[in-house]
Design a protein around this ligand. Sequence first.
Ligand code: ATP
Ligand code: MG
Length: 214
Amino acid sequence: MITLALSKGRIFDETLPLLAAAGIRPLDNSDTSRKLILRTSRRDLRLLIVRASDVPTYVQYGAAELGVAGKDVLLEHGGAGLYQPLDLGIAACRMVVAVPEGFDYAAAVRQGARLRVATKYTQTAREHFAAKGVHVDLIKLYGSMELAPLVGLADAIVDLVSTGHTLSANRLHAVEEIRPISARLIVNQAALKMKRDAIQPLLEELSKAAVIHA
Ligand code: ATP
Ligand code: MG
């Protein structure tokens, strides 16, 4: 049995067509089922539904051989014990620095001010500002980052944007792109060695599907 961990929502929705191209479909309706383990049309493959940020943990410890996780999540996790052989090109967005309209970010950075930055992505943010030599106080949040600058909790946020609608609805705008983000297939390193015969063909099929869908 091979187990693939992934999160509900956009990752699940955008992984389904890739699985379908490889001839794999879930047997349970994931919209209505509350099951966290879904059987698939392939008897030796099952899906685990976990929190997006928990996917690397399940795969790292071998509770799932495979997973689909955003690069944002992988950067925060650190990637220990994981191969990241395939950029699936799905759930694409950008990790950016955003500030309120009227906040002079360039001047703040130029003057060597100490920025207060609220984010869920403290690892990535720390590295980004360290590389620029900008002093930051990082404030860890778990969601709704857009709120922080509006109520004086932070000067800036580091967050994911796709359309930018959420930013503009809250009178924020992106001032810096940190990196593009997309979802990767991840593989437990030990499992790839032990179960290569089962895993390798699946990797190849998903790789073909990802290219076609790109
Ligand atoms: P949770 O809801 O469990 O706290 P999450 O908010 O990260 O986690 P999703 O919103 O389902 O979960 O996002 C899953 C992944 O989708 C993210 O890790 C990221 O890689 C990707 N993604 C793509 N576009 C966006 C976007 N506009 N905002 C947030 N995530 C996005
Ligand atoms: Mg979410």
